[in-house]
Design a binder for this molecule. Structure first.
Ligand code: AMP
Length: 456
């Protein structure tokens, strides 16, 4: 008997599978999407800090909603005739056959959550804030991405225009605090469904009389969404738009007073604003107030792209099946804030720097240093290390490069004795101290040199 079993190669009777052709692996994200690398995070962190501080200061609480919602939420909420729903959504069917879309914006999802969780019984207004990514299949260009990040606030259950003013104040303050000082707030009122109906008819008959002069898209908009013609940036449409009827001349009494009060509040707040009669915003759910904030210091021929936008949407909650709930909100484009900050050389977030370096030598000391690092770090002392390096010389080089004030050296002898060497990097003096007291010893020395200790 042979010791080893003979390995018999099985001969497959099936025809040999054709070699699978591997698709080329593109080492990049899809178009219009990108990585935000650590070197840029200092700007993003600044945006996150300033926005979250504003939210807290104005009494807003965070809400997170899924990136994916049922497609018909956006079709109903945002509007089927809008560019976002018609052309820009990432929609697909799940394996279970559900028709879903990546969120192109947050407001519809937040309105859905407001209804679903019965927030209408909470004290009004319900003040919510969010931040995260949205997805729009737009043509990518400078400042326009397919994956974009927004921070925004929504106040639900309040109809007083003072809250519209407060929304503009918040968006404006965020932008200002990020060092973007030269901006203009453009405002308009597009009225409520009652007065808009009238206005819409006037607009349609005006544009009908100029039909030949409109671009192809606007000819279509004339049937579906005539207000959007006012938003068109085509030269030929710009000319026609110039003499179009203006919504603020056709507001009902309630909408007129609402808008007048809003402007008075803005004046009181000393926020520089301009009326823009063409500002309609792309989405169906807006009522009364609409606004956008633009950088003013545009270079010649630079494309105007908004840093923030928002408005009132008094009909959305009811339209989605909830109770009549007036609401208002805004979103800032985080990508655009970051790029504007970079352009202006604005202040960014400075990461706290370690003042202490922990070096180790020998396998026993290496083991002990892990625990010592934890002890220091837990006491709020920011410590740097380079544990992977074997030689003390190369570790000290790193300590030097980091510009720390103290280096702690844990050698084999110190590890056995329960001690540690503290080296003052400025004077070069060294002292052996009890390892049990290392936290106090470090704190004492850092305080002596006036160093701020990390607080947790
Ligand atoms: P919207 O509700 O569409 O006005 O969006 C609010 C803000 O998000 C805008 O004022 C922009 O700052 C930003 N934003 C919108 N679309 C994009 C995009 N495709 N890429 C980058 N930022 C965007």
């Amino acid at each position: 008997m042979p010791l080893k079993k003979k390995i018999v190669k099985k001969v497959s009777r099936k025809p040999k599978k054709e070699k699978e052709v591997q698709e080329e692996l593109l080492l990049q994200p899809p178009r219009g999407m990108r990585d935000i690398l650590p070197k840029d995070q200092i700007y993003w962190q600044q945006v996150r800090r300033v926005t979250e501080k504003a939210a807290a200061d104005f009494g807003y609480r965070r809400i997170d909603i899924p990136v994916i919602e049922f497609t018909n939420l956006f079709v109903r909420g945002v509007g089927s005739g809008t560019d976002i729903v018609e052309k820009e959504m990432y929609s697909f069917s799940t394996k279970g056959g559900e028709k879903v879309s990546l969120r192109p914006e947050f407001t519809a999802g937040i309105a859905r959550a407001f209804i679903q969780h019965g927030m209408h019984v909470s004290p009004k207004p319900v003040k919510l804030y969010y931040s995260g990514s949205c997805y729009r299949y737009e043509r990518p260009q400078e400042g326009r991405y397919r994956e974009l990040f927004q921070f925004g606030c929504e106040a639900l259950g309040e109809q007083d225009p003072i809250i519209d003013a407060q929304m503009i104040q918040m968006a404006w303050r965020i932008i200002f605090q990020l060092g973007i000082r030269d901006v203009v707030v453009e405002v308009n009122s597009i009225g409520c469904p009652a007065c808009r109906k009238n206005y819409r008819n006037l607009l349609v008959s005006y544009f009908e009389s100029k039909r030949q002069k409109l671009c192809i898209d606007c000819k279509k908009r004339l049937e579906k969404n005539p207000l959007r013609i006012l938003d068109c940036k085509e030269d030929k449409c710009e000319q026609v738009k110039a003499n179009a009827p203006q919504s603020i001349d056709h507001l009902c009494e309630e909408c007129r007073v609402h808008f007048k009060n809003l402007l008075e509040y803005l004046e009181e707040l000393e926020i520089p604003f301009e009326l823009n009669h063409s500002l309609v915003r792309g989405l169906d759910y807006y009522t009364k107030t609409v606004f956008e904030i633009f950088p003013r210091n545009l270079e010649e021929n630079a494309k105007k792209s908004a840093l923030a936008g928002g408005g009132r949407y008094d009909g959305l909650i009811k339209m989605l099946g909830g109770e009549q709930t007036p609401a208002v909100g805004f979103a800032v484009g985080m990508d655009r804030l970051v790029s504007e900050m970079k352009k202006l050389g604005a202040k960014y977030y400075r990461e706290p720097k370690a003042k202490v370096f922990l070096a180790q030598l020998g396998s026993f000391a290496k083991k002990k240093s892990l625990k010592m690092f934890e002890g220091l770090e837990r006491s709020g002392i920011l410590v740097a290390e380079s544990f992977g390096r074997g030689s003390l010389k190369s570790q000290l080089k790193v300590a030097d490069r980091l510009g720390v004030e103290l280096t702690l050296i844990l050698g084999q002898k110190e590890a056995l004795d329960g001690t540690v060497i503290i080296k003052d990097m400025t004077s070069g003096t060294q002292e052996v101290v009890d390892a049990q007291k290392i936290v106090d010893e470090v704190k004492k020395r850092l305080k002596m040199t006036g160093t701020i200790i990390k607080t947790i």
